[in-house]
Design a protein around this ligand. Sequence first.
Ligand SMILES: Cc1ncc(COP(=O)(O)O)c(C=O)c1O
Length: 850
Amino acid sequence: MKFGFIAHPTSVGLKRYVKMLDLLQRNTQDQHTGYNRELWGKANLVPFMNFAKITSASGATCEGMIKYMPLIAEEMIADPRAIAERVVAGVEEFVADGAELVGLGGFTSIVGRRGEATAAKSPIPITSGNSLTTYAGYKALMQIKEWLDINPEKETVAIVGYPGSICLALSRLLLAEGFNLKLLHRAGHKDKAEMLSHLPEQYHHRVTLTGDPDDLYDECKLFAGATSAGGVIDVAKLQPGSIFIDVALPRDVNVDARPARDDILIIDGGCVTATDAVKLGGESLNVTIKQQLNGCMAETIILALEQRRENYSLGRYLEPVKVLEIGELAEKHGFYAYPLASFGERIDRQHVTNLKRYYHQDIYAIDKGDTSQRLTFIDNIIAQDPAKEDTLDRHHQFINPMMVEFLKQQRCDNVFRKAQGTMLYDNDGTGYLDMVAGYGCLNLGHNPSAVSQAVKTFLDEQGPNFIQYISVPEHTAKLAEVLCHLAPGEMGRVFFSNSGTEAVEAAIKLAKAATGKPGIAYLKNSYHGKTLGALSITGREKHRKYFQPLIQAMVEVPFADLDALREALQRDDVGALMLEPIQGEGGVHVPPAGYLSAVQQICRDTGTLLMVDEIQTGLARTGKLFACEWEGIEPDVLMLSKSLSGGLLPIGATLCRSDVWQRAYGTSDRFLVHTSTFGGGNLASVAALTALREIVAQDLAARADELGSYFKSELQTIADQYPFIAEIRGQGLMLGIQFEQTFDGAVAASAREFATRLPGDWHSTWKFLPDPVREHLQAAMTRMEQTLGEMFCLKFVTKFCLDHQILTFVTANSSTVIRIQPPLVISKPEIDRFVSAFASVCEELSTFLD
Ligand SMILES: Cc1ncc(COP(=O)(O)O)c(C=O)c1O
C-alpha cells in the first residue's frame, strides 16, 4: 500500500531550506532533461522524498511519498480556508500518484478542522497522525518517570495547550497513571466547566486549570506541550530540574536551539525512532534514511504497513485506546519512542538522571546549616552501593560529561571495583588486563603488596605525615638520600611535590632562579604537564591554545635536530634545556642513537642546564632504572613522579646538583621561595622508599628490558603483515604502535562519487561555487579524513577492551599511537595474550588494508 504525507516547515529557516531544496531539485532536473517551462511553473507542494519500499521489523511492507507545503504555521493560520483547499489539492496530487492514505503533518491538518473537513472532501482516508505523536510523548514521560524514580502523586504535570487533541489524549493517559495535572489553556477560555467536561469526572479533583503560563513555573517541573501557537513557555523561567516534553510542532518553548542551561531538559517528545530492523529504503545509494521520525508521519507509515485504509486520529477526541493501539502497532513494526532526543541530539539516561536531585528533595534538599542533615546526606552517599550507571551518571554530572560521553562512544565506559597487579575487575568481577598502567604510574602493578604493607604499618603506628615546615620529616630525608645516590649524575638536592607537572614547575623555577635567564628550550611534540609553566614548555598546540599567553621566552626546538638545538642554546636569554629521553605522550618517539649524549655536549659547551624529565621513562620503564643510563648522560636537573610511590600515593620529585640549588635558593631570603603544603610528607616517602626498594629488588629494569625486547619483536612480526601499522616503537616496556590508516582523498572521492550518481551536473555546480566556499569545504574534507584515521586507531582500543578484556589507550599528543605500557610485573603469558589479541584485531580489521 502506498501513502502520501504532507509536511510543512516549522520555522522560517526550515522554510528556506524547503525553498532551497525546491530550487536545487528543479535545477538538477533542468540540467538533466533540458529547460522545460512547466518545470519552473508554480507548484502546490514541494516533493521531498519517496520511500521506494519500507520493510518493517515484522516484515510488512509499504511505499510512500513525502511532499512539503512550503508554508510556515503562521502563514497557514492567516488564511486557513485557502490553505485547506491547497491541502485537498495536495491529497489529490497524491491520489494521482497512487496513494491510498494521506497523513497530514502539523498545521496541514489543523486548517481542515484537525483533518475532519479534509477527510470529508478526500477520496481516500486521512490521518493527522496525532495518536502516535501522543503515544510517543506519553512514553517519553513514562521513561523519564522511571529513570528519575518519580512518584506520580507527588509531581504535578503541566499540560501546555489544553484542550488541544494531543493534550487532551495525553491528559487522560497521565491521569490514569496517577499524575495530578495543571492544564494551561488559552487565556481567552473562560468556561471551566465546559473545559473539564472533556475529561472523565472521576479525575476532575486531580486537575486544575489556568490561562497564565506564569502559574506553572513554580508549581511544576514536568511539562508536556502541544499547542498550535508555539513559543508559549519561557525557558528562562523554568525552575531547575524542569523537563519539558515538547510533544508536537511548533515548539512550545521560546527557543530554537538547545538552551545553555544544563539544569533543565527540553525533549523532542512526539518523535519515534525506527530500529535497525526497519528498512526505510534508500540503501541503494549506500545511505540509510535517518531513523527518527515525527510521530504523525510514523503513524501514516504504520497504517499503511497494516493496510488500514481508514480515517484515523481526526478531530479533537483521540481515543486513549486508539492512542495505545497505534503505539503497540508501531512497536510491533519496530518504531519506538526511544531513544530520547533534544533538538535532534540524542539524550541518554545520564542527561535525565542529572536532574534527580530536584525530584528527591527528601534526600537532596538539605538545610546546609544543619549538621545532622549534612551528615545524613554524606552517610547516604557513602553507604550507597552504586550500580555502574550510577557512577557514570555521577561522573557525568559532577566531573566531566564529555569524558563520560567519549568513553561511552568508544564503548569503554568501565567502572572498576578491584585492582591487583596487572588486572582490573569490574562490578561483575570480569577481569581486564591493564596495558595503560595509570599512564606509567603503576610500574609495580596495582596495589603492590610491599608498598601497601609499608603504608599500612606507617598508618597503624600513627606516623607523623604533614610536618614538613615545622620539623624535618624522617622518611622524606631518607628518600632524598636514596634518590640522589641512585639517580644519574651528581644529584645533591631534592624538592618534593605531588605530581609530574609540579615536579616540572619546580624545575622551571629552579632554572630561572639559578641561571637568572628567563628562557628554557624545549622540544617540539614534548609533553611535560598541563599547569601553566609546564604547558609553556609542552610542544603541542592542541593543549596550549586556550591558555595563551603562556610564560614568554620559552624556545621550541625541532625533535632530534642538533643544529637547531645548538642555535637555541646559544641565545643569551636561554639558560636551560628541558627534554624527555623518549617522548612518551608525543607518541613514543625514541631519538636517534647518540642524540642524548650530543645534547649533553651542547649543553656543556653553551653553559646550559640540562634538565631531563624522566617522569614517564624513569624507574625501570625503559629497561634501565633511568633512561639517561642508555647513553650515560648526567643531567643537572632530573624530574620523577608517576611510579615513584608505587602507584599508591601522589608524589613528584625534582632532583638537582647541589651547586644549582645553591645558586637558586641557597640564601636566607630564598630558601623558602618554593614550597608545597603536601609535597615531602612522610607517608608518600614511606611508599616511595618501599617502591624503589621493590623496583631494585625485583630488578624490574632487567625485566622490562628482556620482556620489552621480546614484546616488541612479537608485535613487529604482526605489524609486518599489516600496512596499517606503520611502526612499533619504543624501548623496554615503553612501546607504541603507530597506526597509519590513511583516508587521504576519501571524503573528496565520496563526494565526487555521490555527485556522479545524482542526476544533473553537480560537477559544474562545484566548479561554480565561490572560491572561499570550495576552499572551506576542501579543508573540512581533509580534516575529516584525518579524523577517520584516528577513528580507526580508536577501534583497536574498543576491540581490545570488548573482545579481549584488555585496556589500552592512545597517547596524549597523538591519537594514532596506541601506548603499550603495562605494569613492569607483567608476565610473559600476559604479553602473549596481548600479542594474540593484537593479531586477532588486526586480522579482523584487515578489510582496511590499503
Ligand atoms: C614526561 C612527562 N612529564 C610530565 C608529565 C605530567 O605529569 P602529571 O600528569 O602527573 O602532571 C607527564 C604525564 O604524562 C609526562 O609523561
